[in-house]
Design a protein around this ligand. Structure first.
Ligand SMILES: O=c1[nH]c(=O)c2[nH]c(=O)[nH]c2[nH]1
Length: 293
């Protein structure tokens, strides 16, 4: 029996970085969680403990902070590309780098109806994300959204499913449909207007969720992804993970009351989990964009 080292990567996970841009009385915040991950000729450290080719994860963390000072962070995709190219370009044995960044939003506090210069409130649970991979002279960018919670109070049905001896679920022609979107979309090239693209992908997904009459969350998932691919030529592929946040009608009959689709119990678990990929048939090969995520 021979034992060998398989795929491996290492880096600093979840570096918390907050920057304040102070080019006047109006301050601009960026709140990021950055994870670095390097790949390459790393057999020596695993097999013998020789660390000559191991750029310390502490150094990787410091690089994130230094880069945030040396030039404006800008869009998370650009910041990720800069870091990934730096690690691959400066370390002889490092052949691949993946930088994952989550951006946490802050809204300006409204004071007397006007946005304040330097006071903010966290804008909920939604995060903008990116994972940038640089390898073999190329870069792949996968951006996304986490924690975008959506609900529609009608325009959703679920019926026609098989009934066996274990089925109790009632068919419904009018139910609440709610989910928390995890979306990832892969860009075709290495350049795009990242901010505009993110804004538009988000808008298209939200509008489709709102307006598409749903016969299943699966149908809604496909429609959301397909609408993104139709609207955004820079996007090659969309992956969606949609928990079905069930809202069950409460039985009010013990109290002599009729429930006309108005009173619900929002269950938190278990939940259905509907996941899928929506692709262009002419999209280029994803390379390492999706592997070892
Ligand atoms: O949209 C749905 N898809 C399902 O697969 C499913 N299964 C279930 O119990 N409820 C639902 N709803």
């Amino acid at each position: 029996m021979a034992i060998t080292l398989g795929p491996n990567q290492y880096g600093k996970a979840e570096v918390r970085l907050v920057t304040v841009r102070r080019d006047g009385p109006v301050h601009h915040l960026k709140d990021l969680t950055v994870s670095t991950s390097l790949r390459g000729e790393l057999a020596a450290t695993h097999l013998t403990g020789d660390n000559a080719g191991v750029l310390a994860t502490d150094t990787q963390k410091n690089t994130v902070y230094a880069f945030a000072k040396e030039a404006p962070v800008g869009e998370i995709e650009d910041f990720g590309l800069r870091l990934a190219r730096h690690f691959v370009g400066t370390q002889e044995n490092i052949t691949g780098a993946r930088i994952k960044i989550d951006e946490h939003g802050w809204d300006r506090i409204a004071v007397g109806g006007s946005p304040h210069d330097h006071a903010f409130s966290r804008s909920g649970n939604e995060r903008r994300t990116t994972a940038v991979t640089v390898q073999g002279g190329r870069a792949w960018v996968v951006s996304g959204i986490d924690g975008l919670t959506l609900l529609k109070s009608t325009g959703s049905e679920f019926h026609g499913f098989p009934r066996d001896q274990y089925t109790t679920l009632a068919e419904t022609g009018d139910r609440i449909l709610a989910t928390a979107v995890t979306a990832r979309w892969r860009y075709q090239g290495e350049e795009a207007d990242w901010a505009e693209s993110h804004r538009e992908v988000r808008r298209v997904m939200l509008e489709t969720f709102a307006t598409k009459h749903s016969l299943s969350l699966q149908q809604t998932l496909y429609a959301m992804g397909a609408a993104v691919l139709e609207a955004r030529p820079e996007v090659a592929e969309v992956r969606l993970s949609l928990p079905n946040k069930h809202h069950f009608l409460v039985d009010l009959s013990p109290f002599g009351l009729k429930n006309d689709n108005e009173v619900f119990y929002a269950a938190d678990r278990p939940y259905g989990l509907i996941e899928g990929t929506i692709l262009r048939d002419d999209a280029e090969d994803p390379g390492p964009a999706w592997d070892l995520h």
